[in-house]
Design a protein around this ligand. Structure first.
Ligand code: SF4
Length: 76
């Protein structure tokens, strides 16, 4: 990763369709309840992680620049 990212998944809205896992293999995984969680951010590129955030159908994934606080996955 080029930047130091803080990535979180809001499990209260995740529907477990695994799109994030397809977009950023290794960065996310499903927990025992079938909901996404962060696995290993170093396994994917920043672009892949942002793709996962933007393509999540319920906007459950937050991506913030840990150094600046900038919300990198903000939606209009
Ligand atoms: S893409 Fe979104 S809804 Fe689908 S598993 Fe990932 S976090 Fe959950």
């Amino acid at each position: 990763m080029a930047r130091n990212l803080k990535v979180t998944v809001d499990k209260s809205v995740c529907m477990g369709n695994q799109a994030c896992i397809m977009n950023a293999p290794g960065a996310f995984r499903l927990d025992e309840g079938g909901l996404s969680e962060v696995a290993d951010l170093d396994a994917a590129t920043e672009e892949q992680i942002l793709d996962a955030a933007f393509e999540c159908p319920v906007a459950a994934i937050s991506v913030v620049d840990a150094d600046t606080g900038e919300d990198l996955a903000a939606r209009l």
